[in-house]
Design a protein around this ligand. Structure first.
Ligand code: MRU
Length: 365
């Protein structure tokens, strides 16, 4: 996607042919800073500290982190250690485990002295596939938006509510929830996006609003509590969110607060879609509530907000008494029964085992 006059992806190989570069998302929207990852620990730290975030990008960074780790040694033991370190960085997004398993499967049969070169190519392949996948799911999602536009008699823009950031910054390019929005917009369909700020880390305010502005897509930032009200007043045509892990039966784990939006959507007959690449489906589990580990993050994220001062200095301010006990679960699970449909690279299906297996028959056991 374009940033100014320049096209970027969220992660790419450095020109020196060895290192990897990312955009430091903790600095956005106020500062666009590129960071070089030189070893596995740099990649692990970037995932842990959320310089990169969003399930598909976490997976892509893990793939490149695996490659970087092989510079230190490429034995089976080294690979097991690298895999364990990377997998432990964040618990909820399944793409992390998916990417590590993919690297291990690809590299294990290869001679030790050829693993580094093969890993570089495989990490690049993970990224290329992510871009193609997101573009494909964007086309499927845009068809849903077009349908609503036609049913509105092409009179008013289609109002789409989204939560957190599932745009190009959460993936290698295009995004998941925002890919259909970009595709529809480029097709000439008038769209308008309600952007949930997404406390506590405000990925909606900091990242989604920044992304949409850069592409000139009409949007309004709203506080997390506004969505239900807007739906009650007919101001939301559909919700599209991303997911960090979707079970084989269609339960969806996404950024904390997603579940409340799905409840409000159900109560107001607003279609609630979840957009995802196949790599985000965890085929090993069925019950999202019981089986998905929910990351609990530092209470500081709840007690403090970060931004810039009038003069542009980065700052953090406490919004509660500093000693207030705070709980910070980072994700919640929306049961399949609240999801209208899953938008994937292979088409749109119901949020159910049957729906998913129709699109991914190779997963039938
Ligand atoms: O904690 P984050 O920023 O990594 O969480 C990301 C999300 O939950 C996004 O909503 C997204 O939908 C999943 S990644 C496309």
């Amino acid at each position: 996607m374009k940033v100014g006059d320049h096209s970027y992806r969220s992660i790419w190989p450095a020109v020196n042919g060895r290192d990897v570069e990312i955009i430091d998302q903790t600095k956005l929207p106020h500062c666009f800073e590129i960071v070089t990852l030189r070893n596995m620990e740099d990649a692990a730290k970037a995932i842990r500290d959320m310089l990169v975030r969003g399930a598909p990008l976490i997976g892509a960074t893990a793939a490149y982190g695996f490659y970087l780790g092989l510079h230190e040694g490429a034995s089976d033991g080294d690979m097991a250690r690298i895999g364990k370190t990377l997998t432990g960085c964040r618990p909820t997004a399944v793409n992390l485990r998916w990417a590590v398993e993919r690297m291990l499967t690809k590299l294990s049969p290869i001679a030790e002295d050829q693993r580094l070169a093969a890993a570089y190519l495989e990490a690049a392949a993970v990224c290329e596939e992510d871009v193609a996948t997101n573009e494909a799911l964007g086309n499927h999602g845009a068809a849903l938006i077009r349908d609503i536009w036609e049913r509105k008699d092409k009179k008013e823009p289609v109002n789409i509510l989204t939560h957190c950031n599932a745009g190009w910054l959460a993936t290698v390019d295009w995004g998941t929830a925002l890919a259909p929005v970009y595709k529809a917009f480029y097709e000439g369909i008038p769209v308008h996006v309600w952007v949930d700020e997404t406390r506590p880390r405000n990925q909606g305010a900091a990242l989604t609003a920044w992304e949409l502005a850069a592409q000139n897509i009409p949007h309004h930032l709203i506080v997390d509590n506004s969505g239900g009200h807007l739906m009650q007043h007919g101001r939301v045509d559909l919700c599209i969110v991303g997911t960090d892990r979707t079970t084989a039966s269609g339960d969806v784990c996404n950024k904390i607060g997603t579940y409340l939006k799905a409840l409000a959507a159900k109560d107001n007959d607003v279609p609630f879609y979840v957009s995802l690449p196949g790599s985000t489906i965890d085929w090993t589990i069925d019950d999202g509530l019981k089986q998905i580990p929910i990351e609990e993050r530092d209470s500081d994220e709840v007690l403090r907000v970060h931004g810039i001062t009038e003069s542009g200095e980065p700052t953090g301010v406490y919004i509660a008494p500093r000693e207030t006990p705070a709980l910070n679960p980072a994700f919640d699970v929306t049961p399949a029964s609240l999801v209208t449909g899953l938008i994937t690279e292979r088409g749109v299906c119901s949020a159910s085992k049957e729906g998913l297996l129709e699109l991914y028959p190779e997963q039938c056991k």
